[in-house]
Design a protein around this ligand. Structure first.
Ligand SMILES: *Cc1c(COP(=O)(O)O)cnc(C)c1O
Length: 364
């Protein structure tokens, strides 16, 4: 299909049953009536999951397995693909819980773990690897790396490449088309987009791997609720619109923040001035609304939040509401004044004026 993003989002996974709704409502079932149907028990399968999975599969270009959170998706993938003694290469600056999970929960596997900064050269680090995980743009630092180049280096070593695509979204980047074997996403963020559900998924073109992941989900039991899957599918319909506004807002905030003496290390890969822009522009189809930068101290971040009427002091990103998150409080290895700003869907001028005024009121 040659449809553009807006059309794809609206129609992905839609129902075409005559006399039925345009998007089928959630199906709530633990046991199903047995017979010729596809379903027998709610931990194994659900038609509302399938509709949303088919939407995500279409956007990712693979087969999709839905999980109850981004972490459930990532950890099921790790447990499925890793064996005792496997060499795992991870981003040093990616989502913090992934490093924690591997160190604490997978300690018994005696993995050989290598951490590489996203913007560094990965070619040597993938030597002898079994599984390589990338996150580009990385959360929270928004560094980028070349997916196709790492895929080639990883495949030459016989390793699989998985890409956490949460920050980019399936509209921003299609890792499976760039050579990745697995794409992971926390759909809690921009995909569901309304800050009201926790969900995640894995997509792959390898049908056997998708089957193993489905089986891991059924046996592990970390299954999504049908209502959450339906809410996220409903949210997906406006992903194109939301990302457009968020990216416009991020671009305008970038221009305003660039002129502020107290703001350091401003990052947004969508800007031509960003150090990651060349690589990002080479593999991304569009950019989202997440920026990062550093303010002088934790107290200053607190003051800016107090003085802002728009920005919520909240974690996560990709929702309708603009949020500001001081990442050191979660244990990210960053400066105490480092923040991730998620530009929401407010009007651009209101958002830029609000943050400019909040910085001024904080004596910055
Ligand atoms: C939020 C996030 C996760 C974890 O997802 P949950 O849905 O919160 O479990 C994983 N990776 C990245 C990049 C994230 O931003």
């Amino acid at each position: 299909m040659n449809w553009s993003d807006g059309t794809r989002c609206v129609h992905a996974g839609e129902s075409t049953v005559t006399g039925g709704p345009l998007l089928a409502g959630p199906v709530f079932a633990a046991p199903y009536r047995l017979g010729d149907g596809d379903y027998y028990y709610g931990r194994a399968d659900n038609p509302t999951w399938r509709a949303f999975e088919s939407a995500l599969a279409e956007l990712d270009g693979g087969q999709c397995v839905l999980f109850s959170s981004g972490m459930a998706a990532i950890t099921a993938m790790l447990r499925t693909l890793l064996e005792p003694g496997s060499v795992l290469v991870l981003p040093a600056d990616g989502y913090y819980l992934v490093r924690g999970y591997v160190r604490e929960e997978l300690a018994g596997l005696d993995l050989r773990i290598r951490e590489v900064a996203t913007a560094d050269d990965w070619s040597g680090a993938v030597r002898g690897a079994h599984l390589v995980l990338l996150e580009t743009p990385s959360n929270p630092g928004l560094d980028v790396c070349d997916i196709a180049a790492v895929a080639e280096a990883a495949h030459a070593e016989g390793a699989l490449l998985a890409v956490d695509n949460t920050t980019a979204t399936p509209l921003g980047q299609r890792p499976l088309s760039l050579g990745a074997d697995v794409v992971l996403s926390s759909d809690t963020k921009a995909v569901a987009g309304h800050s009201d559900v926790v969900l995640g998924h894995v997509s792959t073109r390898d049908g056997r791997l998708a089957e193993r992941l489905r089986s891991a989900r059924t046996m592990g039991g970390a299954v999504p609720g049908p209502f959450e899957a339906w809410l996220a599918h409903r949210g997906l319909g406006t992903l194109d619109l939301r990302l457009r506004r968020q990216a416009d807002n991020a671009a305008a905030l970038y221009d305003m923040l660039r002129g502020q003496a107290s703001v350091r290390g401003l990052r947004w890969p969508g800007s031509e001035l960003d150090p990651g822009h060349r690589v990002a522009a080479g593999q991304m189809r569009r950019f989202g609304g997440v920026l990062s930068f550093q303010l002088p101290s934790a107290q200053v971040v607190h003051a800016v939040l107090e003085n802002s009427r728009v920005l919520a002091d909240a974690t996560s990103f990709g929702g309708l509401h603009s949020t500001l998150d001081r990442r050191a409080r979660w244990g990210d290895p960053v400066h105490e004044g480092f923040v991730r700003l998620s530009a929401g869907c407010e009007d651009t001028e209101d958002l830029v004026d609000d943050l400019r005024a909040a910085l001024r009121a904080s004596n910055l």
